[in-house]
Unconditional design. Structure first.
Length: 318
């Protein structure tokens, strides 16, 4: 006869392992936290200029982040069901939407046929003659997969820090008979709650109880530095300047620029494909669209670099 499980068993494990599920939930929250942070940074890296009002720059970057490509085109027959009246334009409406790429490729492996679509069932067949594909980067891949990779690493280190810090507070293991397990759990709860006194009746047998000091070494500071390094690597992958180490003195301007070579190369891959798409769109539709890197994400401007150099020189003279 098959064993019947209670709802509590299904939600919390057959043995009611709350600690396991609580830990799994904390792991998931940590990963989602870092993924959301990295995603937000990735989608706010570029500023689009002179876009038609009917094109949403946030959705454009959202699509490029998750799917790696979007399509820009003009729809001359867009209905009110698909777009509000104030977003419609005379002579047609410009859109930048998700795209399904066809298999008919030109010599540069650009699909000649593509289909724009939206979640409200809107779709339109397009060709290379009436639309432009906007690629996310030189390799035509989304950023989502890479940011998920770094989010998982950051979450694992973050949770390891939590475990190590808590290990400094509870570096003990309690060995007792099975009959005393419940009693020891109650004693531990009082200890965990920072109670100054732990009370027990006269029948409490402590002779068969052994407490082992696990001696958990404190490595949270090293893990934090490792997390900083992984975060800096993620920023380099996106193309955002970031220094992984806490230095006693600042780098001079030239040294700082050399150290950010990989960061600038990663940024160039994404920015170049957007600018190339702008050129093709402007040529096809007679627009003046442009895109640039969001300088607000930089840790310092050129003026800041020179001030850092002065501070470094002042530090050396002391």
């Amino acid at each position: 006869m098959a064993k019947k499980y209670k709802m509590n068993d299904i939600c919390c494990g057959v043995k009611g392992d709350y600690q396991f599920w609580e830990s799994a939930n904390a792991n998931s929250i940590a990963q989602q936290y870092y993924l959301s942070r990295l995603s937000e940074l990735a989608m706010s890296m570029f500023k689009w200029k002179e876009l038609p009002d009917s094109v949403d720059p946030r959705f454009l970057e959202y699509t490029l982040f998750y799917e790696g490509a979007a399509v820009f085109f003009k729809d001359n027959d867009l209905t009110e069901r698909n777009l509000s009246k104030n977003e419609q334009e005379e002579g047609g409406t410009y859109l930048a939407l998700q795209v399904v790429l066809g298999g008919d490729l030109n010599v540069y492996r650009v699909p000649n046929n593509r289909k724009a679509y939206a979640v409200n069932t809107y779709n339109k067949k397009l060709t290379v003659e009436d639309s432009v594909i906007i690629w996310n980067n030189m390799i035509r891949l989304p950023e989502y997969g890479r940011m998920m990779f770094y989010a998982e690493k950051l979450a694992q280190i973050d949770r390891a820090i939590d475990v190590n810090v808590k290990g400094q507070r509870f570096p003990i293991a309690i060995l007792c008979d099975e009959s005393q397990r419940l009693t020891m759990k109650q004693v531990y709860k009082q200890y965990d709650g920072n109670e100054p006194f732990i009370f027990g009746d006269k029948s409490l047998d402590l002779s068969g109880i052994q407490v082992i000091n696990t001696g958990s070494p404190y490595v949270a500071d090293k893990l934090q530095q490792l997390k900083n390094n992984i975060w800096a690597e993620a920023m380099m992958c996106l193309g955002i300047p970031n220094s992984p180490s806490e230095k006693k003195e600042r780098l001079v301007a030239n040294e700082a620029k050399v150290s950010q070579g990989g960061t600038l190369a990663s940024r160039s891959s994404r920015l170049e494909m957007r600018k190339r798409a702008c050129d093709e769109i402007n040529k096809m539709f007679g627009l003046a669209i442009d895109v640039e890197y969001n300088q607000d994400l930089d840790m310092s401007t050129e003026d800041g670099d020179s001030s850092e150099q002065e501070e470094s020189e002042g530090f050396d003279n002391e």
